[in-house]
Design a protein around this ligand. Sequence first.
Ligand code: MN
Length: 164
Amino acid sequence: MKTAMACMVLALTAVTGFSVGQAFAAGTGRAQTIIRNGGQPAIRGPARFFTGSVRIDPLYPAGNGMRSSGGSVTFEPGARSNWHIHPVGQVLIITSGVGRTHEWGKTIRELRPGDVVICPAGVKHWHGAKADSWFSHIAVGVPGEDISNEWLEPVTDEEYAKLK
Ligand code: MN
């Protein structure tokens, strides 16, 4: 149970900027740590943050002087995040499928594997899959004790349909 909770916090860190606390004290800073593929349980993207089915695979935690953490996020066709704002910013590295990113008040933009999105602090936006495609990205964020994402309203089905 404790492990599941730690993984949940860890996975959410990449997406939400939640504090990761002392997760992964394993790295001593004096030797490499290899986190094996599949070695960390995935979690379901919480319904309060996402529309549709979203899988979050934690990749690496912040720690030992490294401020960023990373996770892989996979959206089923049509799934997307709520509108949200990152307090420190976020980098998205697209790994598969076709997706969308949308800044408040601007034109929606298509994302494909190999694309990199640098989202500054304070920008209201959402990201997710195209209606007819799966979509995965690696999300790199900066967790902290006193910072967390500002999660806002969902992207409604009507709004999402208009944005195709
Ligand atoms: Mn974001």
